[in-house]
Design a protein around this ligand. Structure first.
Ligand code: GTP
Ligand code: MG
Ligand code: ZN
Length: 336
C-alpha cells in the first residue's frame, strides 16, 4: 500500500498532533515537524488527524503529502449541526472511556461514547477515575456496569496509583482516551507515561466541571510499547449512522426485541411486545429504553443526510464480517 509513496521518495509517518497547517509526526528516524497544508482542502472527514498514518516527504521542508486509508476512525457528528463528521482519532484499537467517580454518573454520555467506539470497530473499555474521591465505593461501578453489558470496567486513581497496572496492560496497540473535561484523562496519560507531559488543572469548585485544559489531541508513545492518544474534553457527543454500535451498547434490549410478536414492533403499545414485558417485570429500565430510542433516532436521522460513508468508517461488509466473528467467538466461549 505504501509502495507508490516510497517510489515517490516519501517515508511513513504517524501523526502526533495537528495545529492548523502544521503537524508533529513520528517517523522511524524520530519526530519530524511537517507542513500539512497540502491536505487542508479536503473535507473534514479527510483532514489529517492524530493517529493517522501518512506519507511524509522528507527534506529541509518536510511535508505530509498523503494520508493512508484508516483502519478505524472514531467519529462524531459535528457540533455545528451540519451533516459533517468529525474524526476524533484514527487507527485506534481501544477506546478508553474516562468516567470520574467524583461526579454523578451521566448514563447517556457513557452510552454515546460506547456507541461511537463499538461502531468504529475499536474495543471500548471504561475506566472509572479518581477512586480515591468516590463517596460510596462500589455504587457507581454497579450503575456503570448496567449501562455497558460485556464491556471491561477498570477502577483507577492517578492519585494513589490504584488500577494503573491493569490499565497499562489494557493499552496495547493504539488507545484513545475520551471523556468530559476534568475526568482525569491527562492525569492517567501522565501516569502511564511516567512523567508530567500533559498539563492538568483542577476542576471548578462550584460545579466540579473541568476547565478544558487539554486543547489538542496528542499521541504519546508509552514506555511499555503501546500508544495513547489524549484528547480535549468532549462537550457534546452527536452520533451519526452508528446503528450497529447502538445495537451493541443496548444488546439486552435488542435481545428482548427478538421475542416481540411483530417484526417491526416499536415497543410502545403493540400486543406481544417483549420489551414492554421486560419493563413490567423490572428486567429493563424505562429510562434506558428511552435513551436507546433517542440515540437510534438521532443516528438514523443523521445517516439519511450525512457523509458518514466517506469518513473512513468501515463499510457495511466489514461490519458484517466483524459481527459474524464476534458471534463465532461467543459461540466458542459457550462451548468451553
Ligand atoms: N484526587 C484525584 N484527583 C485526580 C485524579 N485524577 C485526576 N485528578 C485531578 O482532576 C483534575 C482534572 O484532571 P485532568 O487530568 O486535567 O482532566 P482531563 O480529563 O484531562 O481534563 P481536560 O483536559 O480538561 O479534558 C486535576 O486537578 C487532577 O489532578 C485522581 O485519581 N484522584
Ligand atoms: Mg486533559
Ligand atoms: Zn416490542
Amino acid at each position: 500500500m505504501f509502495a507508490e509513496h516510497a517510489a515517490a521518495g516519501s517515508i511513513p509517518a504517524r501523526i502526533v498532533r495537528v495545529d492548523r497547517g502544521r503537524c508533529d509526526t513520528l517517523t522511524a528516524s524520530g519526530p519530524v515537524r511537517a507542513d500539512s497544508s497540502a491536505l487542508n482542502g479536503a473535507d473534514r472527514a479527510h483532514m489529517v488527524c492524530t493517529g493517522d498514518w501518512a506519507a511524509l516527504r522528507p527534506g529541509p521542508e518536510p511535508a505530509v503529502v498523503a494520508l493512508l486509508p484508516r483502519r478505524t476512525a472514531i467519529t462524531r457528528a459535528s457540533s455545528d449541526r451540519t451533516s459533517h463528521q468529525q474524526v476524533l482519532a484514527a487507527n485506534v484499537d481501544t477506546v478508553v472511556i474516562a468516567v470520574s467517580l467524583a461526579a454523578p454518573v451521566n448514563a447517556g454520555r457513557i452510552e454515546r461514547l460506547l456507541a461511537l467506539a463499538f461502531d468504529s470497530g475499536a474495543r471500548p473499555v471504561i475506566v472509572l477515575t479518581k477512586a480515591d474521591l468516590a463517596e460510596l465505593p462500589g455504587t457507581d461501578e454497579a450503575v456503570v456496569a448496567a449501562l455497558a453489558p460485556g464491556v471491561d470496567i477498570l477502577t483507577t486513581s492517578a492519585a494513589t496509583g490504584a488500577g494503573l497496572d491493569r490499565l497499562a496492560a489494557t493499552v496495547t496497540g493504539t488507545a484513545v482516551l475520551l471523556g468530559p473535561s476534568g475526568a482525569g484523562k491527562s492525569s492517567l496519560a501522565n501516569a502511564l507515561l511516567g512523567r508530567e507531559h500533559m498539563g492538568t488543572k483542577e476542576v471548578r469548585a462550584v460545579d466540579g466541571k473541568g476547565r478544558h485544559t487539554t486543547v489538542h489531541r496528542e499521541l504519546l508513545a508509552l514506555p511499555a510499547g503501546g500508544v495513547l492518544i489524549d484528547t480535549p474534553g468532549l462537550r457534546g457527543i452527536g452520533v451519526q449512522d452508528v446503528a450497529d454500535g447502538v445495537g451493541q451498547v443496548f444488546a439486552e434490549i435488542e435481545a428482548f426485541a427478538r421475542n416481540c410478536a411483530f417484526g417491526d414492533c416499536q415497543h410502545r403499545s403493540e400486543p406481544g411486545c417483549a420489551v414492554q414485558d421486560a419493563i413490567v417485570t423490572g428486567e429493563l429500565d424505562l429510562a434506558r429504553l428511552d435513551r436507546y430510542r433517542k440515540l437510534m433516532r438521532e443516528s438514523q436521522w443523521a445517516a439519511t443526510r450525512g457523509d458518514a460513508r466517506q469518513s473512513g468508517k468501515r463499510s457495511k461488509t466489514v461490519k458484517a464480517i466483524t459481527r459474524d466473528l464476534r458471534a463465532t467467538y461467543r459461540f466458542r466461549e459457550r462451548q468451553r
